[in-house]
Structure formats: C-alpha cells, structure tokens
Design a protein around this ligand. Structure first.
Ligand code: FDP
Length: 287
C-alpha cells in the first residue's frame, strides 16, 4: 500500500466506526472515576471510543505508531505513518447533549514531532449529522457519513475544496482566566464579529471553516500553555485551516512549526482567517 492508499484506509476505518461511536454514546454517559494523562475526568464513552479506535487503527498495515489523548504512551506498531487521535473531543458536552467529535492526525515522522510532518488530518462531528472534515493533498473536503446496510458507510461530499470565507464569527475559550491583554483583544473582536462558542473544539472549528472568523484557546493566568493538546488537537486543526487558506499561531509562529517535545504538551492556540491571525501576532504579547 502506498502512502495515499494508507491515508484513505485510515480515513475509511474511522469513518466506518463513526455511526457506531455516535450510537454508542447514549449508554456510556457516566464518569468512570479515572483521569486521562492531561488530568481530565474520563467518561465511560472516552474509554470505550479509545479502545475501539485503538484496535482498529493499530490493525492497519502501514501504521507505525499510534498515540491517543487518552493513553500515557505511544504504541509502536512497526514501520509506517504515525497516527494521533483524540477519540472523543469535547466529551464534557455529552451530559448536556452538545457536540462531540473525533480528531485524527496522520504524521509522516516519529512522535512527538512538529505539525509540519502532517500528511493528512481530519475530524468527525457527531451532531445532527455525522460529518467528516478532511484535509489532504492540498484540499479540504467535508463529507456526510451515511450508514448503509450492515457496518457499511457511504461518504457523501457536502462541501468541496473549502476555502475559509471572510470573517463572521469568533469563539474564545478559557474566559474565567484570561490575561488583561487578551481581554482587551476579545473586547475589540467582539465589536466586529458574532460570538459563537460551544466548548467542543470540533464544533468551534467547524463553524470557523464554514463561516470564517477566529478561534482561540489562549494561555490563561492559571495555565500558561492554555488547554489544548498540540499533537492531538492544535496540529490537526491548524493543518486543516491552513490547507483551507487560513492561518494558525501560538502568538509567535504557525502552530505547525512549534517544536513538540512531549506527547501531551499543550499550546496556546489561535486559528482562522489570515488577517485575524496576523492581528493576534501583532497585538498579543509573545508566548
Ligand atoms: P472537553 O474538556 O469537554 O473535552 O480539549 C477538550 C475540550 O473539551 C475541547 O473540546 C474544548 O475546546 C475545550 O476543552 C473546552 O474548554 P472550556 O470548558 O475551558 O471552554
């Protein structure tokens, strides 16, 4: 299998599991009393979706490394591409029945490595529709995943060759502990754009790709590196937005250029239309 076929196989494998994951959430809404490597409480659904995707992805011939936001360590599966997953992004939204998703990064490099090594990235949104936003080979396409008979799915192209539109919305997380400089920046943006923040990264990213604008989860006074994980969340999202003609930054440089030294490292994250991301770099103190 060449790299292109392998990427397709990874995408198809996760897409085929998506309807099952979506329907399996309703029975797994309790907290299990454990924490993930980032110190976040795990729901039964987090543990279940992680085990399911781990088994499926590590069985693909050509996947060399597998890492999950829910696991301490990288799993070595041999030679090949490295896959990162956030099996259930935004799972604290499950009890309130808001959006959740799955985020996948496909890196051509040994983990942890920079986002520049990504060769594909995608996320699935479990919402009113189950959708897949995929960036590879310089294009971003969105598909609706439809279950057919048995365990089969069909991917219906919903938005082709997405280019991030002119800015309309913004969504910024972590507001209880913003710095004074960031509050000032937010006040300025709030006069120009419409606020929409759902607290599920996949949903907040998806609206930026559809409506244009800026998403941020900045450094906080109590968390100097912010909340989002570089390898599992920031890099795949930045790769998708940059492929769609937008930008990303940690206030200093593209997220994809940030050195990755630890598997679960966090980074302040800003992404969206080029002009707004430039303003982040001009107006906020460097991280
Ligand atoms: P969650 O804690 O529900 O898993 O990184 C996880 C994440 O959600 C993201 O999906 C989301 O963008 C962010 O955390 C939400 O954080 P806040 O609750 O601080 O807004």
């Amino acid at each position: 299998m060449n790299k292109t076929e392998l990427i397709d196989e990874i995408v198809d494998t996760v897409a085929e599991a998506a309807p099952h994951i979506s329907s399996g959430l309703k029975k797994r809404r309790e907290y299990v009393g454990e924490e993930n490597p980032s110190g976040e409480r795990q729901l039964e659904a987090d543990v279940w979706a992680n085990e399911l995707l781990q088994e499926l992805i590590t069985s693909i011939n050509g996947v060399g490394e597998f890492a999950s936001e829910e696991n301490d360590k990288i799993i070595d599966c041999g030679e090949g591409l490295s896959v990162t997953i956030d099996p259930l992004d935004g799972s604290s939204n499950i009890p309130t029945n808001n959006l959740v998703g799955t985020i996948v990064g496909v890196y051509d490099g040994e983990l942890p490595c920079k986002g520049e090594n990504l060769v594909a990235a995608f996320y699935i949104v479990y919402g009113p529709l189950t959708t897949l936003m995929l960036a590879k080979e310089g294009e971003v396409n969105e598909y609706v995943i439809e279950e057919t008979s048995g365990d089969q799915v069909e991917l219906h192209l919903a938005s082709e060759n997405i280019e991030i539109p002119e800015a309309y919305v913004y969504g910024f997380g972590g507001n209880k502990n913003w710095t004074e400089e960031f509050r000032k920046f937010e006040a300025e943006i709030s006069r120009e754009l419409k606020l929409r923040y759902g607290g599920a990264f996949v949903g907040d990213m998806n609206q930026i790709l559809h409506h244009g604008g800026v998403f941020a989860y900045p450094y906080r006074t109590d968390a100097p590196n912010g909340k989002l994980r570089l390898l599992f969340e920031c890099n795949p999202a930045a790769y998708i937005v940059e492929t769609a003609g937008g930008s990303s930054t940690n206030t200093e440089k593209s997220i994809l250029k940030v050195e990755a030294s630890e598997l679960h490292q966090r980074a302040p994250f800003f992404t969206g239309t080029e002009e707004l991301v430039s303003r982040v770099e001009e107006e906020l103190p460097k991280w």
